[in-house]
Design a protein around this ligand. Sequence first.
Ligand SMILES: C[S@@+](CC[C@H](N)C(=O)[O-])C[C@H]1O[C@@H](n2cnc3c(N)ncnc32)[C@H](O)[C@@H]1O
Length: 220
Amino acid sequence: MKKSDLVIPFKYEDRRPIILHRFLYVPDNYDFHDEFRDKITFENDNEINIEYCSGNGEWIVDRAKKNPNINFIAVEMKFLRARQIWLKMHKENIKNLFVVKSEAFIFTKHYLKDCFASDVFINFPDPWPKKKHAKNRLIKKEFLQEVNRVQKKDETITVVTDHEDYRDEIINEFLKVKEYRSIFKEPYFEQDTKGFGSSFFSTLFQSKDKAINYIKFSRI
Ligand SMILES: C[S@@+](CC[C@H](N)C(=O)[O-])C[C@H]1O[C@@H](n2cnc3c(N)ncnc32)[C@H](O)[C@@H]1O
């Protein structure tokens, strides 16, 4: 596969969700998500893990390669980054990966059915550090409730962040959702989780000696 194989209907009047070569494209500013009938499929019925905010896909590509018996979905809202993951996936012939170009909440709400997924991961969601931008943060109760709906019972969601203020807000949002229970004891995060894998941002922050916070909840 090469870039030109991903023929996306970008023109305003043509825009629609479309699946092409294991890539789901969900347009921005679009109102008809619930009319979409195609489905994300894999070659087998193995469990499905989702990573939101995948960036350049370093973490999920490595995870998929190391766990061939798990299927993975990478969700990234920027088209060029999602395409970068998709190119890697085809170049390295990773069959247990699917890439979604979409905003995370919209994708979860409109494109995923109940109890569809097992574990969920969010590595370094944008912290929007300025107070006036904090409303743009992804991890709110409403988003977590949607993720909870699509997860199977007892499966986990892990969120990783370097940002202390966002970490505390994320924990508060989780505590509002009664269908999630923290795996870690109060204060509900840990900083020393080995073997989790590395992403572009984890490598960057570790090189600056920044503490990395792991938040992990289980779906009741
Ligand atoms: C700070 S980067 C982290 C990338 C990667 N997870 C890593 O650790 O290197 C955050 C990524 O999340 C994506 N993103 C931010 N908000 C999103 C949303 N609401 N839905 C989907 N992707 C989102 C951004 O485009 C960006 O690529």
